[in-house]
Ligand binder design. Structure first.
Ligand SMILES: Cc1cc2nc3c(=O)[nH]c(=O)nc-3n(C[C@H](O)[C@H](O)[C@H](O)COP(=O)(O)OP(=O)(O)OC[C@H]3O[C@@H](n4cnc5c(N)ncnc54)[C@H](O)[C@@H]3O)c2cc1C
Length: 510
């Protein structure tokens, strides 16, 4: 069977369909992207009496927002001690305040709009899964105390097993991300927002009035342009391609055999294990997410990531049934702080990216910040999240090992070898040489093969095959394509070139 992975949230959430845009349009504010960032921004603007237009390439929550763990928390693993070290205590304090404001916005909005999204309060824990990580958890506790966060340190926790100390932040949230965002979209529409799905932006002209060209030939002109697309579709002067790096993570939802202690949990170090409970129709569902790796650079057998998560779920609560499995990606920055705000001084194009897998709070914050920037010209926390802060200079280790790795990939992948066709199984993809050039082949379950030019259409990096998702993934900036070469997500704007399609036997015989 072809890969049909779909997240628990997309499987159980009820999505409203919005029509595609079918005519040229002028608007004051255009938002691109229908995840939590774009929809929150639209809702906040609509609350202020403004009338934004939002376009989305697919359906709402098709991006990472539909594929999360569903934790809305200011507990972002080990972060406050790191921000203190890099940017000082005031910056760490502002980070905590800003994230808290996002949680309060979610609480207040769920109440105001009567949103049924299984919002629950709990304690969010980060635990040391090796003795070596114990110190970083203790340092994080000290930083949290200095910042006035309501935190507890548990020295000998009984859960999860293999836990060398655990820090908990009280009064945090979990919710069903698709139900929350879908309801927020409906509320925004009822207040005057226009939403168009199946409408993909492919080019931005950055003049006083911004012109956005869409894949279907439509153009939209707007005075303000919000890029809520995860990876910004227009770079401006920021070199985002060297400052944002994509990480892929995997998730499973299971029906557990037994109960486990309340709370959300995430470990420090690798492999990541992020756990929470969700309650659906009175039944507890266990969500386990983890197995992070840079996109396009995972293990050979990606399917094994799911198996490892299921094994972990079995260890902590037993597994009666696997309800869903999925994977998704998010972007990291060198100093763990996202970029939120104008892309350059006095420019009405806005960016919101680099959430480091904490975008349910960060995307909520970004939606609020950008709506304030548009409506009043300024916002709280602008300096902390500014793209002009000295993020790379303050993080030499990350810069070398992770930020510059994508650039290395641009060169390295062109030099790597290829395989021949022998033993190519159904459902397998690999890199071959075809008519004198490097190409990607995929053999489907009907014995048809598709050969593609696997040079990424973004910055010419060679793509790698992802065997879990049956996709071609870019190791540099996270662009992803299906086995037909159709662009699925990330910064590229075009599909891959098709080189050959036909029966596998014809190819072998020929
Ligand atoms: C496995 C996993 C688990 C996570 N769990 C959590 C969690 O528990 N808590 C937490 O806080 N964070 C979590 N995160 C991170 C969080 O989910 C993301 O940071 C957040 O959802 C990003 O929201 P967004 O709206 O910015 O982007 P997205 O949700 O990706 O939305 C962007 C939208 O833009 C659209 N788009 C892109 N390009 C174009 C274009 N050219 N034209 C039109 N539309 C376009 C896409 O189709 C997409 O729908 C997790 C991430 C992963 C990978």
């Amino acid at each position: 069977m072809e890969s049909q992975n779909i997240s628990y949230w997309n499987k159980t959430g009820e999505k409203t369909s919005y029509p595609a845009l079918d005519r040229d349009m002028e608007t004051d504010i255009l938002i691109i992207g229908g995840g939590i960032t774009g929809i929150t921004c639209a809702y906040c603007l609509a609350l202020k009496g403004l009338r934004p237009v939002l376009i989305e390439a697919g359906e709402l929550c098709d991006g990472t927002t539909g594929n999360t763990t569903g934790k809305v928390t200011i507990q972002h693993g080990i972060i406050y001690s790191n921000i203190e070290r890099k940017h000082g205590e005031e910056a760490a304090s502002l980070y905590a305040q800003s994230q808290n404001s996002a949680l309060n916005f979610v609480r207040e909005t769920v109440r105001r709009e009567s949103i049924d999204c299984q919002l629950m309060e709990n304690t969010a824990y980060v635990y040391a899964s090796t003795i070596k990580d114990k110190t970083s958890v203790e340092e994080e506790y000290e930083a949290a105390r200095r910042l006035g966060i309501d935190a507890e340190l548990i020295i000998k926790p009984g859960f999860p097993t293999g836990n060398f100390g655990m820090l908990g932040f009280k009064n945090q949230l979990v919710f069903h991300s698709v139900r929350y965002v879908s309801a927020l979209a409906k509320a925004a529409v009822s207040k005057g927002t226009k939403i168009y799905c199946s409408t993909k932006a492919i080019k931005v002209e950055d003049e006083d009035v911004k012109t956005v060209h869409c894949e279907n030939g439509i153009t939209i002109r707007a005075r303000h342009l919000v890029m809520a697309t995860q990876y910004p579709i227009y770079d401006g002067p920021n070199l985002f391609f060297a400052r944002l790096y994509a990480k892929r993570s995997y998730g499973v939802a299971v029906r557990p055999k037994r109960n486990w202690p309340d709370g959300s949990f995430i470990n420090t170090g690798e492999p990541t294990r992020s756990i929470r409970a969700h309650v659906e129709n009175g039944d507890r569902v266990l969500i386990v997410v983890g197995e992070n790796h840079p996109t396009g650079r995972g293990d050979e057998d990606m399917e094994s990531h799911y198996q490892k998560l299921i094994t972990f779920a079995s260890e902590i609560a037993g597994v009666d049934e696997v309800l869903a499995k999925w994977s998704a990606q998010d972007y990291d920055t060198p100093d763990q702080i996202p970029y939120i705000g104008r892309i350059s001084d006095n420019n009405n194009i806005y960016v919101a990216s680099g959430y480091g897998k904490w975008g349910l709070s960060n995307g909520t914050l970004a939606g609020n910040m950008i709506s304030d920037l548009i409506s009043t010209g300024s916002c709280d926390y602008e300096g902390l999240y500014s793209r002009t802060r000295s993020d790379i200079l303050t993080s030499p280790l990350k810069t070398i090992t992770e930020v510059f790795t994508p650039i290395g990939e641009l060169i390295k992948s062109k030099l790597e070898g290829t395989e021949d066709l022998s033993g190519l199984e159904r459902g397998e993809g690999r890199v071959i040489r075809f008519e004198g050039q490097k190409a990607g082949i995929y053999r489907d379950f009907d014995d048809r093969v598709t050969i593609l030019d696997i040079t990424c259409t973004h910055m010419k990096t060679e793509l790698n095959f992802n065997s879990a998702e049956k996709t071609w993934d870019c190791p540099a900036h996270g662009g992803r394509f299906n086995t037909e070469g159709k662009l699925l997500e990330g910064p590229p704007k075009h599909n891959l070139e098709l080189l050959y399609q036909g029966k596998f036997s014809d190819l072998i015989d020929g």
